[in-house]
Design a protein around this ligand. Sequence first.
Ligand SMILES: Cc1cc2nc3c(=O)[nH]c(=O)nc-3n(C[C@H](O)[C@H](O)[C@H](O)COP(=O)(O)OP(=O)(O)OC[C@H]3O[C@@H](n4cnc5c(N)ncnc54)[C@H](O)[C@@H]3O)c2cc1C
Length: 268
Amino acid sequence: MRSFIRRTAPCNRGRFVRRLAKVAAAEGVAFREHERIASLDELEAEQIVIATDGSGRGLLPELDDAVWPARGQVVTTEPVGERLFDCPHYARHGFDYWQQLADGRVVLGGFRDFSILTEMTDEEITTEPVQEALDAFLFELLGYLPQVTHRWAGIFGLTQDLLPLVGRVPSRDGTWIAAGYSGHGNVLGFMCGELVASALQGREDPLLELFAPARLLVSGVIHGEPAAPLSGADVSWGLTPDSGRSVRLWKRGLPHMCVPLGGQLLGV
Ligand SMILES: Cc1cc2nc3c(=O)[nH]c(=O)nc-3n(C[C@H](O)[C@H](O)[C@H](O)COP(=O)(O)OP(=O)(O)OC[C@H]3O[C@@H](n4cnc5c(N)ncnc54)[C@H](O)[C@@H]3O)c2cc1C
């Protein structure tokens, strides 16, 4: 089923983040780009906020087990002559999403479930099965395959209950987290950032309880295990009893999460 949401506001995230950075820089925030922190021990700050969503693997072992990286792939076409979509559209419960830009180009993302296990990764690259699925859907939408001018992938963080982890990291003084938005951090991220900033200044909002990291970190059976990259053997999958509608993933023998399925499963 396809649907559109008239009140949804598409947002150019690149432009938005650049503008935000400019405002922050004017307020005295220092940025260090292209510099990956390998260990929190490198940092001298009294308070550290880990805001890496799904791409911070290796920083804290307990987080590696609570926040799973997931990859989303996207394509953009050359301008399409006709105005076909005047607002953002979604299909298969939001798995696939597209919009037409003001200059006529179509931006389409999704089809992660066509290769669900290979897409549980923080490797920011495009892959054939998902790109082919995107091309095939473009053809279905437009009746022909226009030239695809851009292909890219991005990483986001999934948690078991699909809510982010926001607040103090238990048993680690001065360490905070705001990550794991499960694909919905564009707006939620601002609220969570503000909650953490206020808490750091001694004003703890009761809303923080909703996102308490302890709910997933402390109960995690693998709490404290050293960070290790997942291998194929660590992850397995099976269909849930509502067979064919969702897939349950196990990580290192433990049930981890249930992902609704809209399409064919490939690559597992
Ligand atoms: C294809 C795609 C489509 C999406 N669509 C939507 C949508 O429609 N609506 C929505 O709400 N959300 C969407 N999301 C999710 C949204 O992008 C994220 O929730 C949001 O970007 C989270 O913001 P953030 O600042 O917390 O993390 P990010 O934007 O992921 O930024 C984290 C930063 O931390 C840096 N980092 C990671 N590890 C380290 C390290 N060790 N050292 C230094 N820096 C590090 C990364 O380089 C990155 O710059 C989408 C994501 C993808 C990939």
